[in-house]
Design a protein around this ligand. Structure first.
Ligand SMILES: [Zn+2]
Length: 271
């Protein structure tokens, strides 16, 4: 048996067949012998595939070669490149797990995959911004770690524990189709925007007072202790790092709720 590079399930199947014929025919081998030797030019998943063939259906060398070329025609049609992987982005409403699966399926079609670390880097860059802002700065080099972190971030986002980057805002659209009756203002409030009563002191101090009076308690962090938290300042209210308590929207809302309910009088806040 001459030295023929084995086909492992990747690469161009037509080239492989042509290579076999070009090598074996000049040696005087007939189709029957070539068909018999063909198995020995396969390895890995290609060999597995070959062994599942029903040889009552595939009789001659031509039939086997055609089945082989059809089976692996996909390899040639889709030449997946790093560029393709870089273009494969998470869709706005796609779950983290679904995106990762979709991305890895695509990557599996590539002949020479980038290193795992490089793949992870591409995946992270292609995440939706609300994921990216919590994952990007973390040193993740394996899919195992990325998967665990991604799911935790997704949980955090779904539970409102992690900032999803949405700015609460009012969208005002105006239509002035009828200028005689003035401009028709269409207001849509995408998110309730709270008006915050000025407190006259640092939010941290307000929190300290309300914690002492028993009106507020720090939130229970819902992440496992080994969860790599965002780098940044510590928020005493959320008990996580990543934002300063002075910027804590949830605390501002909680304080304002207490004021709205008449439980706390903002003019009487004092240490
Ligand atoms: Zn906070």
């Amino acid at each position: 048996m001459p030295d023929i590079e084995k086909f492992n399930g990747t690469g161009n199947p037509t080239s492989h067949v042509r290579h076999i014929i070009n090598t074996l025919k000049p040696m005087g081998l007939n189709d029957e012998l070539i068909a018999q030797l063909f198995q020995r030019t396969l390895t890995g998943s290609a060999l597995d595939w070959f062994l599942t063939l029903d040889f009552t259906t595939y009789k001659g060398w031509q039939e086997i070669a055609n089945a082989f070329i059809n089976q692996y025609a996909y390899n040639v049609q889709i030449e997946v490149t790093t560029r393709d992987l870089e273009m494969l982005k998470q869709k706005p409403n796609e779950s983290f797990a679904n995106f990762l699966t979709r991305w890895r399926k695509k990557a599996a079609q590539m002949k020479t995959l980038p290193s795992e670390e490089d793949q992870v880097r591409i995946v992270v860059r292609n995440l939706q911004p609300q994921f990216l802002r919590h994952i990007y700065s973390q040193a993740i080099s394996t899919f195992k770690c990325l998967y665990a972190t991604g799911l935790q971030v997704e949980d955090g986002l779904n539970q409102g524990l992690l900032d999803n980057g949405e700015v609460s805002h009012k969208v005002e659209t105006s239509t002035n189709t009828n200028n005689d009756s003035g401009i028709t203002m269409v207001r849509s409030h995408h998110k309730r925007k709270m008006e915050f009563v000025p407190l006259g002191m640092k939010l941290e101090d307000v929190f300290h007072i309300l914690e002492t009076t028993g009106n507020l308690k720090p939130l229970q962090p819902k992440f496992p202790s080994n969860f790599a938290q965002k780098v940044g300042e510590y928020c005493k209210y959320h008990q996580v790092t990543g934002h300063s308590i002075e910027q804590c929207g949830a605390l501002k809302n909680a304080v304002q709720d207490l004021i709205d309910q008449g439980i706390v009088d903002p003019t009487k806040l004092d240490c």
